[in-house]
Design a protein around this ligand. Structure first.
Ligand SMILES: Nc1ncnc2c1ncn2[C@@H]1O[C@H](COP(=O)(O)OP(=O)(O)OP(=O)(O)O)[C@@H](O)[C@H]1O
Ligand SMILES: [Mg+2]
Length: 359
């Protein structure tokens, strides 16, 4: 949890353009973002959206084209690289292959002119933190991928940075190890109190680990919020689709006003909060998550039919066809035996989980 509201990183109207003229690429477009001290903050978005670029700008590895970045209220550009309270862990662990674990960690500390006794103690402390104290004399090629990544983490933590930037640090690991490392990383962040800026394109990773998430697409920040907010109240269709599965259903306003009424092209009528900019007969799109769709056995003339039924072990996924429109829904485990492919059903979209969504 965010225990304080001290600004660790302030990104103000930052644009980054690589190259010039017709070869130029706008990797970030007017990004605004505040990351608080002690926060586990995630940058989430598809490949090429600008996540690494933003991380590299925060680290000071790249020049900012427009705008500025403050670290703990000091402008980044005025801080010499060795005074920046930031360290980075990359996707590839980049350990020195010819040095053992101890020397890999000690290397950076010696460059900071730390005393021998400090280097000895600090190296042992960070190895304990990542539970690798028994591997101190191994060479990187004598370690598994997960163990190497822990050493890379220990190395980045050793100089006691106030901010740790992590660029897809788990992506080279297999699924089981990734899942285990999620908890370890989260615990490590909480134990050390260091601000983590974590980059991933994996939505599950983002939802399970983060205090807050920034969703980025094509260099533009789409939404910033806590995992529940991003998931339950996505600001636009990109966020809705990128995080989990979403039904986006076309409809028409049949009565405007706060507690308005929409008629979906699937056939259902739905009552929900309609922003005042929508007037009667306006076309709109309704968002609802599959697990929020309610359905029951049809009592009479049903518009909807289960067209696909996929058993998932802990639930079932069903595809409903309604007036030629497809609606995805999740069937909880205790109802899996009640419904079958081909059943006619009645569906309902609860007001509190349905919303009009921007394109
Ligand atoms: N040094 C560079 N010169 C020119 N273009 C670059 C450079 N680095 C990145 N880009 C471009 O900037 C955009 C953003 O790249 P970036 O590496 O920040 O994406 P990313 O979100 O980290 O993607 P991925 O998930 O694949 O790592 C891309 O279109 C990329 O091709
Ligand atoms: Mg990247």
């Amino acid at each position: 949890m965010v225990s304080s509201k001290i600004s660790a990183i302030d990104v103000q109207e930052v644009t980054k353009v690589y190259g010039t003229g017709s070869n130029s690429v706008k990797a970030l477009d007017n990004a605004n973002l505040t990351i608080y001290d002690n926060e586990f903050f995630t940058l989430l978005g598809p490949s090429g959206c600008g996540k690494t670029t933003l991380l590299r700008l925060i680290a000071g590895f790249e020049d900012i084209t427009e705008g500025k970045i403050n670290l703990f209220n000091e402008e980044l550009i005025s801080l010499p690289p060795n005074k920046r309270p930031v360290n980075t862990v990359f996707q590839q662990y980049a350990l020195f292959p010819h040095l053992d674990v101890f020397e890999n960690i000690a290397f950076g500390l010696r460059r900071l002119n730390k005393s021998n006794s400090f280097v000895q103690k600090r190296t042992k402390d960070v190895l304990e933190l990542v539970q690798m104290q028994d591997f101190i004399n191994r060479k990187p090629n004598q370690l598994s991928g997960g163990q190497q990544q822990r050493i890379a983490l220990a190395r980045a933590l050793a100089p006691e940075p106030k901010v740790l930037l992590l660029d897809e640090p788990l992506s080279a690991l297999d699924l089981k190890l990734r899942q285990a490392m999620r908890f370890e990383l989260k615990n490590l962040q909480q134990e050390t109190g260091i601000t983590f800026v974590f980059v991933t394109h994996d939505q599950e990773e983002a939802l399970t680990m983060s205090d807050r998430i920034a969703v980025i697409n094509e260099g533009q920040i789409q939404q910033i919020g806590e995992p529940e907010v991003i998931y339950e109240k996505p600001r636009n269709q990109f966020v809705a689709n990128f995080i989990g599965e979403a039904n986006l259903l076309p409809g028409k306003c049949i009565r405007n006003g706060k507690d308005g009424l929409c008629k979906l092209k699937t056939g259902q009528e739905i009552k929900l909060d309609i922003p005042l900019i929508f007037k009667k007969d306006d076309e709109l799109t309704i968002f609802i998550r599959p697990e929020r769709v309610k359905f029951s056995k049809s009592k009479g003339n049903s518009l909807s039919k289960i067209q696909e039924f996929t058993y998932l072990g802990n639930a079932a996924h069903i595809q409903i066809v309604s007036n030629d429109h497809i609606i995805n829904a999740t069937l909880p485990i205790d109802k899996v035996k009640t419904f079958h492919k081909g059943d006619n059903i009645d569906i309902e979209f609860p007001k509190s989980f349905s919303q009009i969504i921007n394109s």
